[in-house]
Design a protein. Structure first.
Length: 368
């Protein structure tokens, strides 16, 4: 193993750069500063970019020669929360080797990936074998919706000189890296359904009043048909239809026979799709990612919920407009809401899907 990479990964996994919790703002700042200082130490010009979000971007540039091509390396240093009680076998912020794997929070999303690229660049610089100019853009708000990087790229497009971007923020499938020609975008939706302004005693009122938890579960089942396909009208509006080249790259992805081992499930939906890879790029989806209602502490509180909430994650296809997709979902939910309930549907962070040029020579180059 590249000793530089192992040292970097151990160091940065140990930094609790949890962007979703304001308690960890100092750790996120320290992580960004440490990355910038390390890049400066191997010859980059590096700076921290501050926007009106909480966590700075790290932007750095290394010039090999003025006429060399330029590649941008992207990554994000922020991670999701993790505590050992979540099911980790050890402190998640201490890198461990287990069963031939390096395990720690961020080792697969995304510190492990972008540090591979940075360690490789450092090695190429040290051995005088680097043939490209390199730009590095590492954000600290990816787990929060990437608002900072959008602000930066919108306000300072002249900063980026690269003609190629290397983005490694995905999984190994069948223990092999994948070349992705596209990613779906996302729309986050908060749903709250209310049947009463209070919780009610189940012994006194049970069976005579609507239960918000029951109603929400029943309500959410209208989003899908019995075969798992989406039941929301116009949900595919604007979806890009893949070209033969895009389809061919997508077909190289995960194979159905390995999916159970990869996911821990016994089935994958829509087996009639042309390929799993194509499905994961060119078909929208709606997932319930959170449900909340009533009392879930120790013991029982025998009350009927007056309100219930859900969080939905909608994955949209390249070519689709996030606001339009949200409106289609809101219309569906509003139409199916029981007349004796009130409903709130709001969207949070959202972003469009992305496609790269499937005929670009660089794809053939990296696939060899």
């Amino acid at each position: 193993m590249n000793p530089t990479y192992f040292s970097l990964l151990r160091r940065f996994v140990g930094m609790q750069s949890i962007s979703t919790d304001p308690t960890f703002i100092p750790q996120c700042q320290a992580t960004a500063e440490a990355l910038s200082e390390w890049l400066t130490g191997i010859g980059f010009e590096s700076e921290l970019i501050h926007t009106n979000t909480q966590h700075p971007l790290v932007f750095a540039r290394y010039i090999h020669t003025a006429d060399a091509p330029t590649c941008l390396i992207y990554g994000h240093y922020d991670v999701q929360p993790a505590v050992q009680a979540d099911g980790w076998q050890h402190d998640p912020f201490t890198l461990q080797e287990a069963g031939g794997y390096l395990v720690g929070r961020g080792s697969t999303d995304n510190k492990g990936q972008f540090l591979i690229h940075l360690a490789t660049v450092a090695e190429l610089i040290a051995s005088n074998r680097l043939a490209w100019n390199i730009e590095v853009l590492i954000e600290g708000d990816e787990e929060n919706g990437s608002e900072a990087i959008v602000q930066f790229l919108t306000s300072h497009p002249e900063k980026i000189q690269a003609t190629t971007a290397l983005i490694s923020d995905g999984e190994l499938h069948d223990l092999k890296p994948q070349i992705e020609v596209g990613f779906r975008g996302t729309v986050q939706i908060n749903v709250q359904l209310t049947t009463s302004d209070r919780d009610l005693h189940s012994g006194i009122f049970g069976g005579t009043v609507p239960n918000a938890a029951h109603e929400l579960v029943r309500f959410l089942t209208t989003l899908h048909n019995s075969d798992g396909s989406l039941a929301v009208a116009h949900i595919t509006e604007g979806a890009h239809q893949p070209t033969p080249e895009e389809q061919a790259w997508a077909d190289l992805g995960t194979k159905p026979e390995t999916y159970p081992r990869l996911t821990g499930t016994k089935i994958h939906w829509h087996p009639s799709s042309s390929s799993l890879g194509s499905q994961l790029i060119f078909q929208p989806t709606i997932e319930i990612i959170g449900l909340g209602s009533g009392y879930m502490g120790e013991g029982f509180r025998n009350s009927i919920s007056g309100s219930a909430a859900a969080k939905l994650n909608v994955r949209i296809v390249p070519g689709q407009d996030a606001q339009t997709v949200f409106e289609h979902n809101k219309q569906h939910l509003t139409t199916h809401c029981p007349e004796y309930a009130s409903l709130s549907v709001e969207h949070d962070a959202h972003g469009a899907g992305t496609l790269v040029d499937a005929t670009a020579p660089v794809l053939r180059y990296v696939s060899q």
